[in-house]
Design a binder for this molecule. Structure first.
Ligand code: IMP
Length: 439
């Protein structure tokens, strides 16, 4: 039985990414796509991600394992672009096993760089040092999962990869990393890591992950050759991209669609569908510019609580704001979305009016598009708003044509402005609350 995303045409690879600052509700959409898929691949990010999926009324939060694992029969890969925390992965696998999920369908690439215990410690110590030296708010506001320090070692060509654990000589080389990290930790006033502790942890990771280790490329290309559909599951969001996001307030991998090719090993020509997930408003966790953010106060707090905007990985309250069409046009251009999914539409039900930023004003100048130097956004551009009449009852719609006329008008305007088709809207957490345009 084809799922709601079935398009009737064989599309070998779908790339699905967050089009804003992450937390757009990717987990729910992947769950809806599942009936059409043979394979789901995580290709970037790492334990910083938190993908929430509700299947059969049961809520599961996955951090590193592809969301497809919750659907029997879907093969799942963690490919080289993921920065992998092996101990977190073991915990996640134990949680899944306890819920009866069979895990033989999962393979993890030996080329994944490992987030070592010192990377987490360094992430937190460096963030604390930034706040100490430059004042509160100077830090990036990372998830504290070790992403940045691991990516630094990877780019510096001194990283440890999963395959290294199997080779005693390469494993011994981890000690160089430990020594360097301990020196830095001590200089930052943080506790160093004991060598013995490291060895116990490495033993546990090696033994625990051995059954899952395997080359991911032949598996992926095998599915493609057999005409199966593969979903590349993005983590975080476009505006956190290391290259194109609001640097330095970004993550350390590439959440934009191109990351699927470099991190996942998919040839560009196999990608036929690029789905961008965006909320009907915006959220952001961590520091960094956010032009459409609500002023702090009762409205912002009430909105956050009603929308349930608290991080799935860290529990941090998310910053909330109106839809940013400037950032979204940028995301559409850079990723070439074939489809957009607008999520959490129901959260806007009952607002007297709904706003979207159509341009920014900065230093007396109007900016209709994103500047390439996104640090300019740190100077606090003023959004140029377009205001729409509010609506009631979008949460009750179970079909596209049951959506209130004010919503349909708003969607029509968004499509025109973004030059991209909105193919689905989501108006609640249940599967039945994902409305397909042509259904
Ligand atoms: P890091 O990825 O932990 O280094 O954090 C860098 C920035 O990305 C911080 O602003 C984090 O809050 C943000 N970030 C990382 N992962 C996610 C995510 O899954 N959702 C939303 N924001 C994220």
């Amino acid at each position: 039985m084809p799922g709601p995303f079935h398009v009737g045409v064989l599309m070998p690879v779908t790339v699905l990414i967050g089009a804003q600052w992450g937390d757009e509700g990717k987990g729910k959409i992947i769950d809806a796509l599942a009936p059409d898929l043979q394979m789901v691949v995580r290709y970037q990010g790492g334990p910083n991600a938190g993908h929430t999926v509700i299947v059969g009324g049961k809520r599961t939060v996955l951090h590193q394992v592809p969301t497809g694992i919750l659907h029997p029969g879907i093969a799942c890969l963690i490919s080289p672009g993921v920065l992998l925390d092996p101990w977190e992965l073991l915990d996640e696998l134990a949680m899944l096993q306890a819920s009866g999920v069979e895990l033989e369908r999962l393979k993890v690439s030996p080329a994944c760089h490992l987030i070592m215990p010192w990377h987490r410690l360094l992430d937190r110590a460096r963030e604390a040092a930034l706040d100490r030296q430059a004042g509160p708010g100077a830090a990036i506001g990372t998830t504290g999962r070790g992403m940045g320090p691991c990516a630094m070692d990877k780019a510096g060509r001194r990283g440890v990869r999963l395959g290294d654990l199997l080779d005693p000589a390469r494993r011994a080389a981890c000690e160089a990393g430990l020594a360097a990290a301990n020196a830095e930790l001590e200089s930052l006033g943080a506790e160093p890591l004991a060598r013995a502790e490291l060895h116990v942890a490495l033993e546990r990771a090696t033994a625990g992950l051995a059954p899952y280790l395997g080359d991911t490329r032949p598996l992926l290309h095998g599915v493609l050759q057999r005409g199966g559909r593969v979903l590349m599951e993005g983590a975080q969001g476009m505006m956190l991209d290391l290259e194109w996001g609001t640097y330095p307030y970004v993550t350390s991998t590439h959440p934009s669609a191109g990351g699927a090719c470099t991190g996942g090993g998919v040839p560009l020509r196999e990608v036929d569908q690029v789905i961008g997930i965006c909320k009907a408003y915006c959220t952001r966790v961590g520091n960094g510019p956010f032009p459409t953010e609500f002023e702090p106060g009762a409205f912002a707090d009430g909105f956050r609580t009603a929308a349930g905007e608290f991080g799935a990985t860290t529990g941090r309250p998310r910053r909330c704001g109106w839809f940013d069409a400037v950032a979204m046009r940028y995301a559409c251009q850079l990723n070439g979305f074939t489809d957009l999914v607008l999520t959490k539409l129901d959260v806007l039900d009952g607002q007297p009016e709904v706003k979207a930023a159509v341009a920014y004003e900065l230093d007396g100048r109007r900016l209709d598009g994103m500047p390439e130097d996104l640090r300019l956004l740190e100077r606090g551009p003023c959004p140029v708003w377009r205001t729409f009449p509010g609506w009631q009852g979008s949460a009750d719609a179970r079909r596209w044509d049951e959506l209130p006329q004010a919503v349909l008008d708003y969607l029509a305007w968004l499509e025109e402005d973004l030059g991209t088709r909105i193919s689905w809207v989501s108006n609640g957490p249940e599967r039945s609350q994902l409305l397909r345009r042509d259904a």
